[in-house]
Ligand binder design. Structure first.
Ligand code: ARG
Length: 469
């Protein structure tokens, strides 16, 4: 049997392998809600413009609603013979309402239909991801407020650098995920043009009203060029690029959780809810969820690369290559949502070991910069000289196997006579973080203020996300 939807000029049916490579229904069935919504908008427009009569339009809309109900109930029988979601719906519509179903496809093509469905899908996904990011940011900001004054070592090159607060560290991620939000919002804004009515590639001779379908589907306007409308997938690529960057941020935080919860660092602990045991080594508590979040970027960045390669060099307009846009995007966005949710759970769950962090911050000469700054500020040494003097003091402490604070005044004065006992408070880590009051600095007062500002903003954003989603 030839394809009943497009088989007019075909005498024989496709080879099995042809059907297997050609069919997309196994994955594009996820577009069912969007496909029905786009068809309903299209049919309402066909009636409003007099292209079909309104009684026919009503029959079609009723039929589409019945299909929607079947799909919602999980009772719709998807068929691979019918290739994709569009033809599955149209075929069922014919079964339900007879030949009048054939009028639905007036002045449209699967090319503008699939571009429309896919955009609607991506737009919904972006809203969901944004809401999930808001929840993650809120979890981070709340923990940051709780730990605005919790001192930990800050690292560069993963070597103890200067003391910072744990809250400050967490707020760094709130900023990163905030920029991710911005990238998703930009992508959503740019994709908001309706391809519907571009038809196969050239537009149509029917007197359609593209503004009407665009509005019904919540697009800002119709896409201006019919060739562009059916042939570009940059909206999916932009979304995947934003997803890859967000996944990169997640992977960095995940890696820090892996480090912090290792016995060697011992900075934080995940409860049993987020740790797993080893089947052979009874002492272990593995941070599997963090490791998986760290790894998920592979699939997500891979999806971006995969679609970019599919699109590279494609001549205008639609080509079947573009059917390969869906699986990587579906997988990448599912994976990202899972990663964000798991990370939100871990952030809530994560308990820092305040004493261990403080102890680590007190070792490794983390206040050496404070000493150099003090020599500059209070004793008037040029910073380069202060740096050198401090270096000598660190070397002395190292040779004695002690912290800077444990050196005697005579020790200090053996390096530079001008140093008095006022040096000691400078070497404390509490003083070190408190003094970093510069804008964006780690001082607990700054962190408290920033965490509160974020919490206020995110608590307002949360309900808005829900409305958009
Ligand atoms: N299943 C197709 C896709 O995902 C729909 C468009 C098919 N158009 C066509 N002319 N064969 O891209």
């Amino acid at each position: 049997m030839t394809n009943t939807m497009w088989g007019g000029r075909f005498a024989a049916s496709p080879a099995d392998i042809m059907e297997e490579i050609n069919a997309s229904i196994d994955f594009d069935k996820r577009l069912w809600r969007h496909d029905i919504a786009a068809s309903k908008a299209h049919v309402a427009m066909l009636a409003a413009t007099g292209i079909i009569d309104s009684k026919e339009a009503d029959e079609i809309v009723n039929g589409l609603d019945r299909i929607l109900a079947e799909m919602k109930a999980g009772k719709f029988a998807f068929s691979r013979k019918l290739e994709d979601i569009h033809l599955n719906v149209e075929h069922r519509l014919t079964e339900l309402i007879g030949p009048v179903a054939g009028k639905l496809h007036t002045a449209r093509s699967r090319n503008d239909q699939v571009a429309t469905d896919f955009k609607l899908y991506v737009r919904d996904e972006i809203a969901t991801i944004k809401a999930a990011l808001t929840a993650l940011q809120l979890a981070l900001a709340k923990k940051a407020l709780d730990h605005a004054g919790t001192v930990m070592p800050g690292f560069t090159h993963l070597q103890t650098a200067q003391p910072i607060t744990f809250g400050h560290h967490l707020l760094a991620y709130v900023e990163m995920f905030g920029r991710d939000q911005g990238r998703f919002a930009n992508a959503a804004e740019r994709l908001n043009e309706s391809p519907l009515g571009a038809a196969a590639l050239a537009g149509t001779s029917f007197p359609i009203d593209r503004g009407m379908t665009a509005e019904a589907l919540g697009f800002a306007r119709p896409a201006a060029n019919s060739l562009d409308a059916v042939s570009d997938r940059d909206f999916a690529l932009e979304t995947l690029a934003a997803a890859a960057i967000a996944a990169m941020h997640l992977s960095r935080l995940a890696e820090e959780i892996v480090l912090w919860t290792s016995p060697q660092f011992g900075f934080a602990r995940l409860s049993d809810a987020y740790a797993t045991g080893s089947s052979i080594m009874p002492q272990k508590r593995n941070p599997d969820a963090a490791e998986l979040v760290r790894a998920k970027i592979g699939r997500i960045a891979g999806a971006f690369q995969s679609l970019l390669m599919v699109m590279k060099g494609l001549p205008l307009a639609y080509a079947k290559d573009m059917q390969e846009d869906k699986e990587p995007l579906f997988d990448a966005l599912d994976t990202l949502k899972l990663g964000i949710a798991a990370m939100t759970g871990m952030v809530d769950d994560l308990e820092p070991d305040v004493r261990a962090m403080k102890k680590a911050a007190s070792s490794g000469y983390a206040t050496a910069t404070d000493l150099a700054d003090w020599l500059t500020l209070k004793l008037g040494l040029p910073f380069r000289e202060a740096h050198k003097v401090t270096g000598q003091i660190v070397a002395l402490a190292e040779s004695k196997g002690c912290d800077l604070k444990k050196l005697s005044l005579a020790d200090f004065q053996s390096v530079d006579k001008r140093i008095g006992k006022a040096v000691y408070p400078v070497l404390g880590i509490a003083n070190a973080v408190k003094s970093r009051k510069s804008q964006g600095g780690t001082a607990p007062a700054n962190v408290r203020r920033e965490a509160k500002r974020w919490i206020k903003r995110l608590e307002k954003q949360g309900p808005r996300d829900k409305k958009e989603g």
